[in-house]
Design a protein around this ligand. Structure first.
Ligand code: NAD
Length: 414
């Protein structure tokens, strides 16, 4: 099956590559010329374990290619995915749909024969209907069906998640589109992935509801961690005790510095805006978003409190910068808030991350120094903070680390 993937970011690149690995003929399109040039040269724009080999294998097999020519890719495709960004709109927190709308207009002009247009981008309920309208307005004779097929992959485990998903959600009531989507995902059905066909609006809602629920779980355990700290409990033990209940499950019950990343912050906000506008506010998720922001801000204060020397002129070593391990994604990483609040108080920062330092340099204050490894990072520091739970930090020699510090302080902050 011939597939065009519009937007070759995290989602577009991973899903396009995986579709090609299943034998489909995929063209990944992006308007970022340098990204496409680098991909053609075999250079990955993101760090995702296993992605470079998978891309190389499928490019060599002639099933995967990269281009900036959207019109040509769309004209040849039976299925066109929209996988462009939907960031928070400045000012009101709604999903900014300008990239999605622009892509739809370009697709409308280029589509040739019956074409299934699939939104993989996370978009608010009703967007599929709007896209149908946009496409019909641009090209009244276009023979298209607009389908919602939200993506649930996790950065850092994206290939495995795409190939062995818990479920594939497809929102459409068009019988022809349904057959096309079935054929497209047939290779995954052999992996026993449940294919859930539903109305388009339901599919759009399922994505936001899933992310909001997971964000809520994280926030719940984070608040419980604060309680444990005050009353003398161990939140890890409490989480284990809760998670063994199959109705609850153990996942997303790890207390930490607050959720970040490219999805949860913007998606929780967008869902609350949609609900407010519909006159049915989801107060639970509004609170989750507020509590999470407060937590990120509080983490810097906790580090300052733990320091045994005055902040001005002190050095804090920070291990882990990305919003989670196995990615170089710095979008909305809690490390940004923590480091900024320390820098604001005159603290010097020396940081280390196994793969995220190049991205980190783009968003962290210029004054941050970067180390070549965890022990170098700790050298002469007054405090060491582990922000991201990279595997590489799990078996550090704590005695050696302590010996590197100028004024070692041992305190557990959650
Ligand atoms: N990152 C994740 O883990 C994840 C998971 C599930 C869903 N999503 C959703 O998927 C969507 C994409 O997220 P992402 O992280 O891959 O974004 P991204 O910012 O990494 O990539 C988006 C890409 O689209 C390109 N683009 C924008 N407009 C274009 C156009 N008209 N033509 C061609 N290319 C265009 C941009 O240049 C960019 O390379 C978002 O809606 C996001 O919420 C992301």
């Amino acid at each position: 099956m011939r597939v065009a993937m519009i937007g070759t970011g995290y989602v577009g690149l991973v899903s396009g590559t995986c579709f090609s690995d299943f034998g489909h003929d995929v063209t990944c399109v992006d308007m970022d010329v340098s990204k496409i040039e680098r991909l053609k040269a075999g250079i990955m724009p993101i760090f995702e374990p296993g992605l470079d080999e998978l891309v190389a294998r499928n490019v060599a097999g002639g099933r995967l290619r990269f281009t900036t020519d959207l019109a040509e890719a769309v004209a040849e495709a039976e299925v066109v995915f929209i996988a462009v960004g939907t960031p928070s709109r400045r000012g009101d927190g709604h999903a900014d749909l300008s990239y999605v709308h622009a892509a739809a207009r370009e697709i409308a002009r280029a589509a040739n024969g019956f074409t299934v247009v699939v939104t993989k981008s996370t978009v608010p309920v009703g967007t599929g209907a709007d896209l149908e309208h946009i496409i019909r307005e641009a090209t009244p004779e276009a023979d298209i069906a607009v389908v919602s097929n939200p993506e649930f992959l996790r950065e850092g485990a994206a290939i495995e998640d795409f190939k062995r998903p818990d479920r594939i959600v497809v929102g459409t009531d068009d019988p022809r589109a349904r057959e096309v989507m079935k054929a497209l995902y047939r290779p995954l059905s052999l992996n026993a992935a449940p294919l859930l066909f539903t109305e388009r609006a339901n599919a759009e809602l399922i994505k936001y509801a899933s992310n909001a629920f997971l964000a809520m779980k994280i926030t719940f355990i984070n608040e419980l961690a604060d309680l444990c700290e005050k009353v003398g409990g161990d939140v890890q033990e409490v989480a284990r005790g809760i998670g063994l209940d199959r109705r609850i499950g153990p996942k997303f019950l790890h207390a930490g510095p607050g959720y970040g990343g490219s999805c949860f912050p913007k998606d929780t906000l967008a869902l609350t805006r949609t609900a407010q506008e519909a006159g049915t506010p989801i107060r639970l998720i509004e609170t989750v978003a507020t509590v999470n922001e407060t937590r990120k801000a509080a983490m810097g204060r906790k580090v300052l409190e733990a320091l045994s020397v005055p902040p001005r002129g002190a050095t804090v070593a920070v291990l882990g910068l990305t919003f989670k391990p196995n990615t170089d994604d710095m979008r909305d990483s809690p490390a940004i808030n923590i480091i900024q609040s320390l820098v604001d108080r005159g603290v010097k920062i020396r940081a280390y991350d196994p793969v995220g330092m190049e991205e980190a340099r783009k968003v962290l204050p210029d004054a941050v120094m970067y180390a070549t490894g965890p022990y170098e990072c700790a050298e002469g520091a007054d405090c060491l903070v582990i922000v991201t739970e990279w595997d590489a930090f799990r078996a550090l020699d704590l005695d050696r680390l302590k010996a590197q510090l100028r004024t070692p302080v041992t305190r557990r902050i959650r």
